[in-house]
Ligand binder design. Structure first.
Ligand SMILES: [Zn+2]
Length: 466
């Protein structure tokens, strides 16, 4: 029997027959030697009757697997490594595990009977090995990667299976608890809130909890010899914001992050309250080709710790993903413009608010840039080869600018705020956005934006004519 694919853009990832509601990850990691030992306890809800569950896990060996009926936090706590045996669980109606096999970066759990839709199962997987990025033909490498002295996890879009067994599809959002024991002297940053940090001999234990639902690709771990760098002020809302990094030039740090709190203020004003409990930035000691967003956290290479626009716009861009991409997440990868177009437009919003070129000037500049490029990209379905093409970002931002020009500033930012308020924690499509924008403004937004979304030729530069 073939293995399932949840999304055409990521062949061989994800299983739509079940959802994971919570991941409880207990990891041991030795920086020297890049050795990971893990135990994942998954709260699984069956969505369609099935006699197998297919998890994604790449480059790591599976030890013990257990499937138990029902779910409770107590069960997760009791399910220690010792208890993780590859034996069927005690039966109380739901099937247990018959056997498991591994192939093609998947763990196939065959059940000893059919699980009905709605069945809740606790799946425990012990695993270990030397994690490394997963490489695909279209999308390059992603996932757990060693730095010169530490680790970065950059999982978008297909790297999550490199460090935990998961149902790797963007619309399967879950809460997380991550307890990571690491060589002493390293700091562990992850999603959500640090709830515990203790020393245990030559190791330190870092426990992070992400209480809001999160897509697998947004789960991250950052390990390095980092410390917290003080910021000049908090945002007006009081949101806790922190930057952790190794040694940096103080002037460059101030140039890059001196206005981070104002950026949060501007985005909260335009997009509504920041959707999570905190925002943290990790600056790696290594240079990075591109920065990346994770839920509640962004990662930049030290090469981006600068004050020029090309660095500043990326600091704005990654922050904006907390609203657009992390709180409100696409259901299918083909709708990537809902993340990247919005984050790119947010760069222009910051430009305008911070005394730089207005959004209209940015739009004109980037429209001219697109005029010089090929017009073979369909924004609403660019295909896996082009999903992170720069034209998705710029054309996506121009699409929003078209809407703003049509409905005016007040209605435009109001619909962005209600978009986040209504859909935070959930999964969305382009059609959801068009319907929402139409409902909020009374304009037929699907017709207005069709040339931008569903045709490849470049529409004229939008201007606020009225
Ligand atoms: Zn982005």
């Amino acid at each position: 029997m073939g293995l399932p694919t949840a999304d055409d853009y990521l062949p061989g990832h994800g299983d739509r027959s079940f959802a994971v509601r919570h991941y409880d990850l207990e990891l041991d990691y030795a920086v020297e030697g890049n050795r990971l030992d893990g135990r994942a306890v998954l709260d699984v809800e069956v969505l369609e009757a099935t006699d197998r569950l297919v998890l994604d896990l790449a480059h790591l060996s599976v030890g013990k697997v257990r499937v138990a009926s029902g779910w409770s936090r107590d069960q997760a706590a009791r399910s220690t490594r010792k208890a993780a045996r590859s034996k069927p669980a005690a039966r109380d109606g739901a099937p247990g595990l018959k056997k498991f096999t591994t192939r093609s970066h998947r763990v196939v759990l065959t059940l000893d009977g059919e699980a009905e839709a709605g069945t809740r199962l606790t799946v425990t997987v012990g695993y270990s090995g030397h994690p490394k990025p997963l490489v695909t033909r279209h999308l390059g490498d992603a996932g757990w990667e060693e730095l010169t002295d530490g680790v970065i996890v950059a999982a978008q879009p297909h790297g999550s299976p490199t460090w935990f067994p998961c149902n790797d599809r963007p619309d399967d959002k879950a809460t997380y608890r991550l307890a990571l024991t690491v060589t002493a002297g390293y700091r562990v940053e992850a999603n959500g809130t640090l709830v515990r940090h203790t020393r245990r001999g030559s190791a330190e234990v870092w426990v992070w909890e992400q209480a809001q639902p999160m897509a697998t690709y947004l789960a991250t771990v950052q390990i390095g010899r980092y410390r917290e760098w003080p910021l000049p002020a908090r945002p007006a809302s009081g949101l806790p914001v922190a930057v952790v990094a190794g040694d940096l030039d103080r002037t460059a740090f101030a140039d890059a992050f001196g206005r981070q709190h104002e950026m949060v203020d501007v985005f909260e004003e335009h997009f509504g309250p920041y959707p999570f409990d905190s925002y943290r930035v990790v600056v790696t000691d290594d240079d990075l080709e591109i920065p990346l967003e994770s839920q509640t956290l962004s990662t930049f290479g030290r090469n981006l710790v600068r004050g020029d626009w090309d660095a500043t716009r990326l600091i704005a861009h990654e922050l904006a993903h907390q609203w657009f991409g992390n709180a409100v997440t696409l259901r299918d990868w083909k709708d990537i413009w809902l993340h990247e177009g919005f984050a790119c437009y947010s760069e222009w919003v910051w430009s305008e608010a911070s005394g730089g070129p207005t959004a209209a000037q940015q739009a004109a500049h980037h429209h001219a840039g697109l005029e010089a490029k090929d017009t073979d990209l369909l924004l609403a379905d660019p295909g896996p080869d082009l999903m992170f093409d720069d034209r998705v970002y710029k054309r996506g931002a121009l699409t929003l600018h078209q809407l703003r020009c049509e409905v005016g500033d007040a209605a435009f930012f109001s619909l962005l705020r209600s978009w986040v308020a209504d859909f935070a924690g959930g999964s969305v499509t382009t059609e959801d956005f068009l319907a929402h924008a139409s409902k909020e403004t009374g304009v037929n937004v699907a017709t207005l934006l069709r040339p931008w979304l569903h045709e490849t030729s470049l529409p004229p530069l939008p201007t606020a004519g009225r």
